[in-house]
Ligand binder design. Structure first.
Ligand code: ZN
Length: 286
């Protein structure tokens, strides 16, 4: 879990491209007429990017103007963004972020989330800093939610400072029957590194709203099973050798995706678990 680079696209230029490409004359005229309103909102967004919870209500109130802006994003409705600018925004990210949803770290980011939902803020429907690549699952879960009692519900991977300190912890739960070797994996959030309470509360809300802790516990099963299988079939090697290999992989995950990537946390928990190895090596002896 690491910050993304805010897209270095000229927002005014994107708006003008969309306006120019509009096939519908009425829509083109509407986009022309509200351009100054939209651009004034871009300025407000830009100056409050790290505190978007202060964003005031939209200044676009005419229903047809709202439709015109909303349709800019939908390819089927005389818009073009969904194909072209989405690809541009994803292409601007580092290679690891092209392959991993920033919100969950599980799937590829094939869709774009409107951080401020376009149903509430139509003026930001094609504003690049508001468009965050993520996977379809996270996008669907987030939907039009973003604020509750004046507090943001989700991390903003462009503008929030995603902490380097570890907060995603893995607990390995072993069965009372020692012959059942593979543990159950439980993900939990822990603040042992002094992350500020406001920031940690936002992190907690992000995981809760996206249902990530449960999702991750199921998602890791295959990875865990593969790791387990590899060690089980190589017990002629000393366990220290396996631990060293796991540690190298974990360090690589941390470099690429940060401390709080699910694989970083899973590998660390295994490396530190005597029981994980003892169950495997005991079975080999018996
Ligand atoms: Zn995701």
């Amino acid at each position: 879990m690491k910050n993304l680079n805010p897209p270095q696209l000229d927002s005014l230029n994107v708006y003008k491209r969309v306006k120019k490409n509009a096939r519908d004359a009425d829509k083109k005229l509407r986009l022309e007429n509200i351009e100054h309103l939209v651009l004034s909102r871009y300025e407000i967004y830009e100056s409050n990017a790290t505190t978007l919870e202060v964003m005031t209500d939209s200044n676009i109130i005419d229903e047809n103007d709202i439709k015109a802006l909303g349709s800019c994003y939908n390819r089927n409705k005389d818009g073009y963004l969904e194909g072209e600018v989405v690809a541009e925004i994803i292409a601007l990210q580092s290679s690891q972020h092209k392959n991993s949803c920033p919100y969950c770290g599980m799937d590829k980011p094939r869709t774009i989330d409107h951080y401020l939902p376009k149903s509430i803020y139509p003026e930001f429907s094609i504003y690049p800093p508001n468009l965050i690549p993520c996977c379809g699952h996270c996008n669907g879960k987030k939907s039009f939610k973003w604020l509750n009692n004046g507090k943001r519900l989700f991390l903003n991977f462009y503008y929030d400072d995603i902490p380097n300190e570890k907060f995603l912890n893995v607990e390995l739960i072993f069965d009372s029957n020692p012959l059942i070797q593979e543990p159950r994996v439980v993900f939990e959030l822990k603040n042992n590194s002094g992350i500020g309470p406001e920031q940690f509360s936002l992190i907690t809300s992000h995981y809760k709203e996206l249902g990530l802790l449960n999702e991750l516990s199921e998602y890791v099963e295959e990875e865990l099973s593969n790791l387990h299988d590899e060690i089980l079939h190589n017990t002629h090697l000393p366990r220290e050798e396996h631990i060293e290999s796991l540690r190298r992989k974990k360090d690589s995950f941390v470099r690429k995706y940060g401390q709080n990537y699910w694989k970083s946390s899973l590998y660390e928990a295994i490396i530190e678990s005597d029981e994980f190895f003892e169950r495997i090596y005991k079975l080999r002896v018996s």
